[in-house]
Design a protein. Structure first.
Length: 415
């Protein structure tokens, strides 16, 4: 087996496994993944990471179940990020070599491989975006031999998209930390490729064993999901109606909520985002309909006409119109890329002012930390840093992954 950490699930394995072994490891992996997603990260690692991941990849390939596959890819990527961030630099480099293929570590090695002067590489890196120039110069000066790396463009193109590195002769050159930041997405793409490869190998085979294995594990997963995935009503802790307590909202939802209350208007995508969040923390349909009726769009509109037109999309997200799908609030990564995340969308000066209003006790050090995390594109960590400023203590969490998670944690510490 390759010299990679035990938790890295995409290692090659030798030998064969019986159907019973695959079933057993698949169930253990499902238990592990659901346990990991719980708030406190209570993790039982008493299983074979590699075989468990392979077994669930087979289920995704054989079943074609889009819901299971999405859950599997997202959760495995979260697990990868959790362990990767806690690994030392040598382990990180081994993993990156496995995911990205050929890598060059150090400016001297890059210079020799590409036939480019060190000074040219340093100059190109130092003249990237103004926002990065100071930190880039410091990195290059202090850690010139081992803090810069290069990988093929087809494996590391997202670094260029993020404006985190430079492209020379088909190679992406950037600080190692920029490679660290794209590893989660790169791992997820590699896992998707594994599923597609398995699917192509078994396509056309009418093997009852595959179908039996897939159906058994899907059944087990659905049973576990019903236990671990709380319904929206469960967010109503005790008799509290969380939607009536905006001080418990994460900044993304709180800003939209306050803006709508004060102006009667937010953009369509922002309405969808806020409506899904309010639904997620337990706001009943009737309350939502009343809440949005106060929009400026509805001035002069009768309640009956509003229910026929403006109320349609509210009923839609509750699964009562259209496709009748029961929509859930988007997770943080989706909000960052498609909706309103203040840590990404708001300027640094405006963000500091807004956060001071949301938490008058926030310190300059905490605001500076949040600013640095925003500059580094670590928006979910910035949100966690703000949450810590509200509860006044550190918690065992690396970042915020969902706005509902923010509410649950803040509610727990404010009981």
């Amino acid at each position: 087996m390759e010299d990679l950490p035990y938790w890295y699930p995409l290692k090659r394995i030798g030998g064969e496994a019986s159907l019973e072994e695959l079933l057993n490891e698949a169930r253990k992996r499902i238990d592990f993944l659901f346990s990991f997603k719980s708030e406190e990260h209570i993790i039982d690692i008493n299983h074979n990471f590699v075989l468990g991941n392979l077994a669930l990849s087979m289920v995704a390939a054989v079943s074609g179940d889009a819901y299971f596959t999405h859950w599997f890819l997202e959760t495995e990527a979260d697990v990868f990020e959790f362990f990767f961030n806690r690994s030392d630099s040598s382990e990180k480099i081994k993993i990156m070599n496995h995911i990205l293929g050929e890598m060059i570590i150090g400016i001297s090695g890059i210079s020799e491989k590409l036939g480019i002067d060190r000074e040219e590489i340093v100059s190109e890196l130092a003249t990237m975006r103004d926002i990065q120039r100071a930190s880039m110069s410091r990195i290059v000066t202090t850690f010139s031999e081992y803090s810069i790396a290069a990988a093929r463009f087809n494996k590391a193109y997202k670094i260029i998209r993020r404006e985190g590195g430079i492209l020379i002769s088909g190679w992406v050159i950037a600080p190692l930390v920029e490679f660290y930041r794209v590893m989660k997405g790169s791992f997820q793409r590699l896992l998707e490729e594994r599923i597609q490869l398995i699917r192509s190998k078994i396509m056309g085979q009418c093997d009852e064993a595959y179908n039996y294995f897939s159906s058994e594990i899907l059944k087990y997963w659905r049973e576990k999901r019903s236990l671990y995935m709380p319904k929206s009503s469960r967010y109503q802790l005790g008799r509290r109606k969380l939607w009536q307590n905006p001080e418990l909202f994460p900044p993304c939802s709180r800003i939209l909520y306050d803006r709508f209350i004060s102006t009667g208007y937010i953009a369509h995508d922002e309405r969808v985002q806020l409506a899904l969040f309010l639904k997620g923390i337990g706001m009943p349909l009737e309350e939502q309909l009343k809440f949005w009726y106060r929009a400026v769009d509805n001035v002069g509109v009768s309640w009956e006409d509003y229910l026929k037109k403006g109320g349609y999309y509210i009923r839609h997200i509750y699964g009562l119109e259209g496709s009748r799908k029961d929509y859930s609030p988007p997770k943080c990564e989706t909000i960052i890329s498609k909706y309103f995340c203040p840590f990404r969308r708001v300027s640094v000066s405006d963000l500091s002012s807004i956060l001071r209003k949301l938490n008058p006790k926030i310190t300059k050090k905490e605001l500076d930390d949040i600013t640095e995390l925003c500059f580094a594109h670590e928006y979910r960590k910035a949100c966690l840093r703000f949450l810590v400023s509200l509860i006044g203590r550190r918690i065992k969490l690396s970042s915020i992954s969902h706005p509902i998670q923010f509410v649950r944690i803040l509610t727990k510490f404010r009981k």
